[in-house]
Design a protein around this ligand. Sequence first.
Ligand code: NAD
Ligand code: TYD
Length: 411
Amino acid sequence: MKRNIIITGGAGFIGSHVVRLFVNKYPEYNIINLDKLTYAGNLANLKDIEDKPNYKFVKMDICDFEAFYQLMQDEKIDGIIHLAAESHVDRSIKDPFTFARTNVMGTLSLLQAAKLYWESQPTPYVVEHEMADGSKLKAQSRFYHISTDEVYGALEMNRPEGIEPPFKTVASSEGHKAYGDEFFYETTKYNPHSPYSAAKASSDHFVRAYHDTYGMPTIVTNCSNNYGPYQFPEKLIPLFINNIRHRKPLPVYGKGENVRDWLYVEDHARAIDIIFHNGKIAETYNIGGFNEWKNIDIIKTIIKTVDIALGRVELTEEQQKMNSSWLMAHGSLPDEMFPDMSLITYVTDRLGHDARYAIDSTKLQKELGWEPSLQFEEGIEKTVRWYLDNQDWMDNVTSGDYQKYYEEMYK
Ligand code: NAD
Ligand code: TYD
């Protein structure tokens, strides 16, 4: 099967994993990575696949309607996987206009260009490809929009001590707890609180409106917090790994009690692959691994993992025998053993800081057979190792404007 697919935001964190997966797994597809290369976009994230014959990079702003419409025609695009966005909540609080422009107007621009092109086909929304042997192949078009669980708002943390969770997956950590009785379902009413989530919610509405009004074949997915390699170090996990390495303070917002639900980025990319190919048109799928963590607990886990990896803590022979992730999950290594615990610095809370996110992905698991592959403790160890082993990548993205951002953000 031949397909011509644009992946927007492919130079960013999640997008680069999606591009890599598609380029490697589907040599018969043409994959076009469309990215404006903002501060968050980095082609070094894709060094390993940039010379593959089925991969092409196009530098473009998703708000450039004319250029995108032309690209659709030139490349006979039948699939769009849309990840390009401004993605950081703290930046959205300082500069909401940029978020409305990119996330709302940019998405609308893609939708309208795709609609015009796909409706101009002899059979609307079916794109005909000319094959090397002269035969014709028809591909049903698809607009797949990647969204976030943050559009649902915040869940109550009515079980702050944690309860035995109603769900578990392979990703759930060993000591997994739920911190409330409610979860985000596909049917949960949108109730965004930050300018970031409000802009994402608006873009989700536009995508669904293009299905309901014009019959565009759309799909929307809402995923929980991702972690893993190539994440820009303004987000909690890479920021803190880097700060621990350099023994800089760790700015914990509020009391560190907020809860996020973490999924390894490659598991998200695999879900995107499955849903792009097998998801039902006009459906919404939640993606998440049932893996809730209070920020402060995750921060302590990261400190322990980095301190062990850098040899700042020497484990006894007996401790070494035990799996270090097991030790962390059970909290059996005392905090006092880890010198970098002293870096924890409580700072003023984020404005409108959502208390708890926890996603129910049962529909995706039951209907499309997706399961996360990586358990959280393994994932965090792998992630810490990656950032420590790729200091050049970190140095590269933290040079220049990053310093200004950091000083402004944490002054
Ligand atoms: P990111 O900030 O790492 O990457 C965003 C990419 O989009 C960058 O490469 C950037 O250059 C590009 N981009 C930004 N504005 C653009 C524009 N106007 N035109 C073209 N390209 C532009 O983001 P991410 O964390 O990889 O998130 C990707 C998508 O997944 C976003 O839509 C986000 O809302 C969603 N999402 C993220 C998470 C998460 O935990 N990171 C969770 C759920 C959903
Ligand atoms: P972040 O990685 O920005 O993701 P999101 O806000 O989209 O969930 O933040 C994850 C959690 O960590 C969130 O509750 C805010 C908190 N946080 C801090 O406490 N300090 C920080 O410096 C950052 C960036 C985040």
